[in-house]
Design a protein around this ligand. Structure first.
Ligand code: ZN
Length: 473
């Protein structure tokens, strides 16, 4: 299957053949994490944990079920999730007095507890996170990692004394995002969502969107400022220095298994998956090229190379299966292993190792005496190349328009799409007119960007805001 001919089918095939997940489980949209896919997800989670721990967040684990009475305390929040939640209404033979919601997200599970935990200004800031599965009844066509009904994700929740301190938290979240996405070699747009598209209950939402090679955007995460929108209904207050009781200001930041979906879609090619070295379960595969000449020696050198690289902290697989090398190459290429080392009798004579890069297909040799340093350099360069390549694709898809008539007509998923950038006065009326006329969804305005002098694409009023719009995955 060719990636640029039918992206959707190519994506499904890669997920299957690389054995990332098994969607034959008898509930639609609830897939089995098979070992290889789960290993990659755990690597991604380890970077999330690293960043959250380094910024003083504590990991917690809240119950999966939320009483209806707590779930319904914030009215916008319920409206936003009502059609998506799974309910538990029976236990054994008994109807429950209070029906339970299977968490679609954990605000309403956590905030009743926050109101017990927070007493004084000394309890602030409160910064916690959890990495759990959430459940949303997705009615559109499901797709592994991208649109599922059981979602593996992390969510951080923070409480602060003031709105400004909560705002600082958002800046910290953006720094963490930068570090996590760097490991995945994923570029992204950071866009303040429109008021009609923000998270239910949020003061504002910053969406994190990456671009798939078919030009459709994929939201891989989001950051929200809640102000006191939840702390008022959940009565989360603290006593300040003057003995006055005040409501806390809250934020959340979350990303999901869509990160893995983005890695598959953005980096993969017609030969299969291409994994960024930081998240590859095996960064290097060592393949012995056995000939009649000195087969024992070749295998011994392969073992030695594997041991040295492993000892130096790399994840290495020695493939000594009794198969043709070509069949092994095919296998590991499909699974996206970033670097392949091949060692034969002639290489050993010359004190060299042959390598092949998964990202560019480039082949060459490295000197056995500088093994670790050379391999390290190659892995870093693979990361750099993957990121630059993805950034080029993302930038090349942005098309500036000054009138709605310039927006290309809606295409189906097999065709190349574009991302539109245009002036917008910011009014909801013009926003809706734009979406209805062009069929593109407004993703928002660049978060923290400098003002740009422009004209609204709908009403032609002078503006200083540009907006982005796209078709979404
Ligand atoms: Zn306008």
């Amino acid at each position: 299957m060719k990636k640029n001919e039918n992206f959707g089918e190519w994506y499904n095939e890669i997920v299957d053949t690389a054995e990332l997940s098994d969607k034959r489980y008898p509930i639609k949209g609830m897939n089995v994490w098979t070992p290889y896919g789960w290993k990659i997800m755990m690597m991604i989670d380890s970077f999330t944990r690293r960043e959250l721990n380094a910024t003083g967040h504590d990991e917690v684990n809240f119950p999966l079920l939320i009483p209806e009475t707590e779930f319904k305390k914030e009215k916008d929040h319920i409206k936003g999730f009502d059609s998506e939640v799974y309910w538990v209404t029976k236990a054994g033979d008994n109807e429950l007095d209070v029906p339970l919601v299977v968490r679609p997200t954990s605000e309403t599970a956590m905030y009743p507890m926050f109101s017990l935990w927070i007493r004084s200004h000394q309890d602030l800031p409160l910064k916690i996170f959890q990495i759990v599965n959430t459940f949303r009844y997705e009615t559109k066509q499901t797709r592994s990692f991208i649109r599922v009904r059981e979602i593996h994700f992390f969510e951080s929740h923070t409480c602060h004394a003031t709105e400004e301190e909560a705002q600082c938290q958002i800046e910290e979240d953006i720094v963490m995002l930068k570090k996590i996405s760097k490991e995945l070699c994923l570029p992204y747009f950071l866009l303040t969502r429109t008021d009609w598209d923000k998270f239910p209950g949020a003061h504002y939402t910053v969406g994190i969107d990456t671009v798939m090679p078919n030009g459709r955007t994929l939201q891989i995460g989001s950051i929200h400022h809640y102000r006191t929108n939840f702390s008022i209904p959940y009565d989360i207050t603290y006593e300040d220095l003057d003995g006055e009781h005040k409501h806390v200001h809250q934020t959340t930041y979350g990303m999901s298994e869509r990160l893995l979906g983005a890695v598959v879609g953005v980096h993969g090619d017609d030969s299969g998956l291409i994994l960024p070295p930081p998240i590859a379960p095996f960064q290097i595969v060592v393949i012995p090229i056995i000939s009649k000449k000195e087969p024992e020696l070749v295998l011994d050198v392969c073992k030695m190379v594997t041991d040295i690289l492993t000892k130096d902290g790399m994840r290495v697989k020695l493939d000594d299966r009794n198969m043709r090398p070509g069949a092994k190459y095919y296998d590991w290429e499909m699974r996206g292993v970033p670097l392949r080392l091949e060692i034969g009798a002639r290489d050993i004579e010359n004190k060299l190792i042959s390598f092949a890069r998964r990202d560019t297909g480039e082949k060459g040799t490295i000197d056995l005496s500088t093994l670790t340093a050379s391999v390290d350099l190659l892995l870093n360069d693979i990361s750099f190349t993957l990121y630059s390549r993805a950034l080029n694709v993302q930038e090349s898809m942005v098309t500036d328009i000054t009138d709605m008539s310039e927006a290309p007509a809606e295409t189906d998923e097999t065709k190349d799409d574009v991302i539109l950038r245009f002036g917008w006065c910011g009014s909801e009326k013009c926003g809706h007119t734009f979406e209805e006329t062009t069929g593109y969804k407004i993703l928002g305005t660049p978060y923290g960007a400098d003002p740009v002098k422009c004209e609204c694409v709908v009403c032609k009023a002078q503006s200083i805001k540009q907006a982005y719009a796209a078709h979404t995955m």
